[in-house]
Write a protein that binds this ligand. Structure first.
Ligand code: PMP
Length: 448
């Protein structure tokens, strides 16, 4: 093999302003793990994205449910720039950075219950893998209970914990030791029961799994509100019951708040809706509003002491990355200063009413659920049959996109449900919200 000799002119040739067609042609250099719309998004401000031709899209997806501050937030940009000027990286045993230490103190101030220690890395899946690794080490047990329809990421253990089977078909089984139980989704109850006469069978089954598996369960993992799997809000007594069970059997509860933290659901952390104090929590996305890659695992003092005692080594090059920590500090400051958590709750109630009217208007929409600025609804053949309509769901997402609105459609809420997800940045204006909802309404009207 002859070495490829690249000259600076070749690099500059690639960096020059390319035409859209030429850029899209270069998509062939990417590994096609998932499909991407053939457009190039060039810039964004507030809740609006612009493609390379100048066409605008209202972002009701916050991209991957992550960009809570919208695009171009001045404060975050400035703090990131200042940090890059001062120190672009430091990691491992070489020393702490100022923002990494400040972020630890700030997280300890805002994290719920006993969570007071943190470790940061680059992405959500990574933090879930680390959370699982940690509970396995400190409990000395191996198995993890997770839920069908739950989503925890794509890596070895996070992918195994994910109950969104569609997404891991090509790799399954990824790793052993994961037990899936039905999710608390009343619209399509696995047990065919109705709440509350069901006796909360979906929570009870977690206790059964812990008992039947004997003392081998290292943790129970779940999203307080299932997210990627379709915005599933459980009955109010679900999480308190599961937490009580976990405490009784001394099994740590891992609360995956990678989507739901930092105000997305109208509370700083979704577990606050149910007064739950988890043993481990994972956060990412909203933590730095996706301005730089960062995720974090939060644990109690007791678990951190266990890690220390065992000398349970874990390290990532991107741990406590100073620029990401600076972005997270600035993001949290903006959230607090602009009172975005309350805003999410208040505006979310308006969004609920408006979405409810749209869902009532069309027989093909049903099962609206959500909290704060985070909602999902089923796309079905009819309200009466509840038969999912993936074809219509795809057409709604594509037409809405052509009409200037980005929404996510997921095929994961339970095994067959198809969900439209509405998840605007927390800074979305009421005008933008109304405009986006009108695009959604008229798009559906055109299609049915
Ligand atoms: N957990 C949850 C609840 C998520 O929603 C996601 C991402 N959608 C992940 C984990 C994985 O995060 P990442 O894509 O950053 O690896």
């Amino acid at each position: 093999m002859t070495p490829k000799n690249i000259r600076v002119e070749d690099v500059d040739g690639i960096l020059k302003e390319a035409r859209t067609e030429e850029l899209l042609e270069w998509a062939k250099y990417m590994i096609p793990y998932y499909g991407v719309r053939p457009i190039v998004i060039k810039e964004g401000s507030g809740s609006t994205l612009r493609d390379i031709s100048g066409k605008e899209y209202i972002d009701f997806a916050s991209i991957a449910h992550s960009n809570i501050l919208g695009y171009g937030c001045q404060e975050v940009k400035e703090k990131m720039r200042e940090q890059i000027d001062e120190l672009s990286t430091i990691t491992g045993t070489h020393g702490y950075s100022i923002p990494a230490l400040q972020l630890g103190k700030l997280i300890a101030e805002i994290a719920p219950g006993e969570l007071s220690r943190y470790y940061s890395s680059a992405g959500g899946s990574e933090s879930v893998d680390i959370a699982i690794k940690t509970v396995r080490a400190v409990t000395g047990r191996q198995k993890i209970i997770a839920r069908w329809g739950g989503y925890h990421g794509c890596l070895a253990w996070s992918g195994s914990a994910s109950g969104t089977v569609l997404y891991k078909r090509a790799y399954d089984p990824i790793s052993p030791g994961f037990i899936h139980v039905p999710p608390p989704y009343c619209y399509r109850c696995t047990f065919g029961l109705e709440y509350p006469s069901c006796g909360l069978a979906c929570a009870k089954v977690i206790e059964d799994a812990i008992k039947y598996e004997g003392p081998t369960i290292a943790g129970v993992i779940g999203e307080m509100i299932i997210g990627g799997g379709g915005v599933v809000v459980p009955p109010d007594d679900y999480w308190p019951t599961v937490k009580k069970t976990c405490d009784e059997y001394d099994v740590p509860l891992i609360d995956d708040e990678i989507i739901t933290s930092f105000g997305r659901t109208g509370k700083m952390f979704a577990c606050e809706h149910w007064g739950i104090s988890p043993d481990v929590m994972t956060v990412s996305k909203g933590l730095a509003s996706c301005y730089n890659p960062i995720s974090a695992v939060l644990v109690t003092e007791k678990i951190a002491k266990g890690v220390e005692k065992l000398q349970a080594y874990h390290f990532n090059t991107y741990s406590y990355h100073p620029v990401s920590c600076a972005a997270a500090l600035a993001t949290i400051r903006v959230i607090v200063e602009r009172n975005l958590v309350d805003r999410s709750a208040r505006l979310g109630e308006k969004l609920r009413k408006k979405l409810s009217a749209i869902v009532d208007e069309f027989d093909v929409l049903d099962g609206l659920g959500g909290k704060g600025l985070y909602f999902g609804f089923e796309i079905v053949k009819s309200k009466q049959t509840r038969v999912p309509d993936p074809d219509l769901a795809g057409r709604i997402a594509n037409s809405a996109f052509k009409n200037g609105l980005l929404i996510n459609v997921s095929r994961m809420r339970m095994k067959e449900g198809v969900i439209g997800t509405i998840c605007p940045p927390l800074v979305v204006t009421e005008e933008e919200m109304d405009k986006g909802l009108e695009i959604l309404r008229s798009t559906i009207q055109q299609l049915i």
